[in-house]
Design a binder for this molecule. Structure first.
Ligand SMILES: Cc1cc2nc3c(=O)[nH]c(=O)nc-3n(C[C@H](O)[C@H](O)[C@H](O)COP(=O)(O)OP(=O)(O)OC[C@H]3O[C@@H](n4cnc5c(N)ncnc54)[C@H](O)[C@@H]3O)c2cc1C
Length: 391
C-alpha cells in the first residue's frame, strides 16, 4: 500500500471539491482530491446551469475561470409564464444584480484545468473509498484502477462527495432534516434554437415547465412529472406535446422544438445535515445539503460553502487558529436555510399540487400576480434568485 501525506484530503472532485482545492492552493495549503468517477464522465453529465452573482465573482476573482464572462450568458432576469402570458422580472432593475447561464460541465472543465495547470494532485477513477479515524489522525484509503490500495494521510478530511456522501455518516451525533415532494422533474436536452433569451418558468394547469438554454443550438428543458416516471416511456412526440400544452398561451411566445438528445428524471428532495463538522472531518456541498432544482441553488450553495471553508481552513492550518473550524457549520447553514426556503417557495408556487385543488391553483395565481405586479414582490424574487450577498 502506498502512503501520501497531505494537509487536506478531499473526497469528491466535483465543483465543491475542486474549488476548495483551488482556493487552498492559493493560500499555500496542499491537498489531494479523490473521486470515483472518471473526468470524462463528469465533463459530460448535465446538471446545473445558473450561477449567482457571487459564484461568478468567485470563479473570476480566484483565477479559476475567465470563460464564464466570455462564453457564459448574463441573464438580467427571468420570465414567469402564467395565465398564458410571459411576465418579465427584471433583476437588474430591482436589485442591481444578474445571474449567469454557464453549465456545471463548463465550471468543472475550468476548475479541473486550473488545478491541473497548477500541479494539483487529482485522482479520478478510483474505487472503494474509506475514511478512517476522523477524530484522531484521519486517513482515506482507496483502490486505484490497477487494483492497488492507497492511503492518504491528512490533517483534515473534507467530504465533498455529493448527495450520496459516505462521509456524512461519520458525523456523530448528527441531525438530518428532510422534505420530500410528491413529484420530480423530467429533464431533456434538445437540438433546437432558443425559445427565449432568459429562463421561462411556467405554471400551467397541467403542471410546471421550465425552458432553459445551453447554446444557440442546444437547449435544456424540464417539466414536472410523477416521482417514479420512466424516461423511456416518453417518445419525442409525447415530450413536445406535453411541453406545448403547458406553455400554450395568447401572447407571441413560440416554443422552438427539435430532436431530443438526452432525457432523465431528476429527484426532488430537500435535505440538510448538521453539524457539517466532526473532529477533523468537514462536509461541503451536496454531501451536507440538497435542494430541489427550482431555485437553481445546488451548485451555488456548494461554491458558497467552500468559499467559507477555505477561509476557515486557512485560519486553522496557516494561522494556527484551531478554533476557526468551530463556526463553519453556523456560517454555512445560515445561507443553506435561506436557499432551502427559497427553493421550497419557488417549488410550491409553480408546481401542481398532488391534490390539484382549485384552492391551490387560485392561491398560486394570486401569489404570482402579486409577485409581478409589485416592486416589493419582484425584488423579493430577484434578491433570492441572484443570491444573498456573502459577508
Ligand atoms: C440531474 C441533476 C440536475 C441538477 N440541476 C441543477 C440545477 O439546475 N441547478 C442547480 O443549482 N443545481 C442543480 N443540481 C445540483 C448540482 O448539480 C449540485 O448541487 C452540485 O453538483 C453540487 O456540487 P458538489 O461538488 O457538492 O457535488 P457533486 O457535483 O455531486 O460532486 C461530488 C463528487 O464526489 C464524487 N464521489 C461521490 N462519492 C464518492 C466516493 N465515495 N469516493 C470518491 N468520490 C466520490 C462524485 O463522483 C462527484 O464527482 C442538479 C443535480 C443533478 C443530479
Amino acid at each position: 500500500m502506498s502512503t501520501t501525506r497531505t494537509r487536506v484530503a478531499i473526497v469528491g472532485g466535483g465543483p465543491a471539491g475542486l474549488m476548495l482545492s483551488h482556493l487552498l492552493h492559493l493560500s499555500g495549503i496542499e491537498s489531494v482530491v479523490l473521486d470515483h468517477r472518471e473526468v470524462a464522465e463528469i465533463e459530460t453529465t448535465h446538471r446545473a446551469g445558473i450561477l449567482e452573482r457571487d459564484a461568478v465573482r468567485l470563479l473570476v476573482d480566484s483565477g479559476a475561470s475567465e470563460r464564464v464572462l466570455t462564453e457564459g450568458d448574463r441573464h438580467g432576469g427571468i420570465h414567469l409564464r402564467f395565465g398564458g402570458v410571459n411576465h418579465h422580472v427584471d433583476f437588474e432593475r430591482h436589485v442591481g444584480a444578474s445571474v449567469w447561464l454557464y453549465p456545471q460541465t463548463e465550471v468543472f472543465v475550468d476548475l479541473h484545468r486550473t488545478r491541473t495547470r497548477d500541479g494539483g494532485d487529482l485522482r479520478y477513477g478510483i474505487s472503494g473509498t474509506q475514511v478512517h479515524d476522523v477524530t484522531g489522525s484521519p486517513r482515506v484509503t482507496y483502490v486505484d484502477a490497477e487494483g492497488v490500495t492507497h492511503e492518504v494521510r491528512a490533517e483534515i478530511v473534507v467530504g465533498a462527495d455529493g448527495s450520496r456522501s459516505i462521509c456524512r455518516a461519520l458525523v456523530d451525533p448528527r441531525k438530518q432534516y428532510f422534505r420530500e415532494y410528491p413529484f420530480a422533474w423530467f429533464g431533456f436536452l434538445c437540438e433546437a434554437p432558443k425559445s427565449a433569451d432568459e429562463l421561462v418558468y411556467t405554471r400551467s394547469e397541467r403542471g410546471f415547465a421550465l425552458i432553459s438554454q445551453r447554446t444557440e443550438d442546444v437547449q435544456r428543458m424540464y417539466f414536472q412529472c410523477d416521482a417514479g416516471e420512466d424516461p423511456t416511456a416518453w417518445s419525442e412526440d409525447r415530450i413536445w406535446s406535453e411541453m406545448h400544452a403547458r406553455t400554450a398561451g395568447h401572447d407571441d411566445f413560440v416554443l422552438r422544438t427539435g430532436p431530443v438528445i438526452e432525457k432523465s428524471v431528476l429527484p426532488f428532495r430537500s435535505f440538510v445535515q448538521t453539524p457539517m463538522r466532526h473532529g477533523n472531518l468537514v462536509l461541503a456541498g451536496d454531501a451536507a445539503h440538497t435542494v430541489p432544482p427550482t431555485g437553481a441553488k445546488g451548485l451555488n450553495l456548494a461554491l458558497a460553502d467552500v468559499r467559507v471553508l477555505a477561509e476557515v481552513l486557512e485560519r486553522a492550518l496557516v494561522k494556527d487558529d484551531a478554533a476557526a473550524l468551530d463556526g463553519y457549520t453556523e456560517r454555512a447553514l445560515s445561507r443553506v436555510w435561506k436557499a432551502q426556503h427559497f427553493s421550497y417557495w419557488m417549488t410550491t408556487m409553480l408546481h401542481r399540487t398532488a391534490e390539484g385543488s382549485d384552492f391551490d391553483e387560485l392561491r398560486q395565481l394570486g401569489e404570482l400576480s402579486w409577485l409581478v405586479g409589485s416592486e416589493a414582490g419582484s425584488a423579493y424574487l430577484a434578491e433570492g434568485y441572484t443570491g444573498w450577498p456573502s459577508r
